[in-house]
Design a protein around this ligand. Structure first.
Ligand code: IMP
Length: 198
């Protein structure tokens, strides 16, 4: 493997903590471009509706903010918080609601906005919860889709990028609450563990 004089792999830069290295997977300019395309696609499907965006905290905040501005027309927001337990192939699939919505979604054109679709267990839980509340339309937009990691049988209606099974940070996504404010989506490697964060 080719390494630089600083002991990093080619294309990597140091992270904020010792042993953490970052490699740009999707650059800021490409994210902007793609969010614009996704917004156009959504607006084409619902040209006249007020689109009620539901952001899943906290990873979706930048995606939601950029998407909302690109959508044009009428848009409203709400946010909800979830935490997941025991993720991975041995997952119990337990997802807990930590913050519910502020307003009703009954009769609305709802777009769930998620940062990343991984096992799909969170989205499966959310779709069941929202379907019971009788929206007029219920759609899902995810920025990133780790297709190969899926456990639950769910899919997003709008996908920014399909990505490989790498742990990613930036543009809202975190590792231990850090790196959310990076402009690019980066792949994170933890040297002490000898492999990427999981
Ligand atoms: P799922 O229920 O496994 O689909 O998990 C979705 C949630 O897991 C996302 O909303 C993220 O909070 C988190 N997650 C999954 N993969 C990553 C990643 O690569 N980086 C940061 N967070 C991730």
């Amino acid at each position: 493997m080719v390494k630089t004089s600083k002991g990093l792999r080619v294309g990597e830069k140091r992270g904020h903590q010792p042993g953490e290295t970052l490699r740009v997977l999707i650059a800021e300019a490409r994210l902007k471009e793609r969010v614009k395309e996704v917004a156009r696609e959504i607006r084409r499907d619902f040209p006249k509706d007020t689109i009620h965006l539901i952001g899943v905290l906290k990873g979706s905040i930048f995606f939601l903010a950029d998407l909302a501005r690109e959508l044009g027309g009428e848009v409203s927001f709400d946010f909800l918080g979830v935490s997941s337990y025991g993720k991975g192939s041995d997952s119990t699939g337990e997802v807990k609601l930590t913050k519910d919505l502020d307003v009703t979604i009954e009769g609305k054109t709802v777009l769930v906005v998620e940062d990343i679709l991984d096992t799909g267990l969170t989205l499966k839980y959310l779709l069941k919860l929202f379907e019971e509340r009788k929206p007029k339309h219920l759609r899902v937009a995810v920025l990133l889709d780790k297709v190969g990691r899926r456990i639950a049988d769910v899919r997003a209606d709008y996908v920014g990028f399909a990505i490989p099974n790498e742990f990613v940070v930036g543009y809202g996504l975190d590792y231990a609450e850090r790196y959310r404010n990076l402009g690019d989506v980066c792949s994170l490697r933890i040297a002490s563990a000898g492999k990427k964060a999981e």
